[in-house]
Design a protein. Sequence first.
Length: 166
Amino acid sequence: MYHQAKKFFKDFPQDPIEAYKFLRDLKEKDSFKEFKENLKLPINLKGAIIFYAGPADTPPGKVIGAIGPTTSYRMDPFAPLFYLLGVKATIGKGKRSELVKESIKLTKSAYFGAIGGVAAYLCSCVKEAKVIAYKDLGPEAIRKLKVENFPAFVACDPQGNYLNYW
């Protein structure tokens, strides 16, 4: 995604933080709208909820293998752009950077915390799972999940209030 932004905008910054600020400042301008329209992504991010997880192999007769949250902080260089592109929430575990918290507030999105160590239980909450992109990446493939009674808590709300749980 950053690679595509660098091609589209002549003066696109290399640093992820500066890149976010660059796009944030363009958010309501026609050039950003044109960038979004021309962005080549395998999925539509508008309204999406991203669960940072890498499930285990799916046992026979099951919808998905054990699936638990992964550390969200590792995704922080990319999360601000995802929020700007329409992601409504992310789910994971652990702290988020100030930049991500600012992005959540700016876009009126949210970050939900999920409890680690209960992957065997969480897979029982997944009622449907379908690989929709990057199948060759195995556990890192993008999946569309339908979940019920998935336990999570609001860690950062759309007003930027942050639960310092970690």
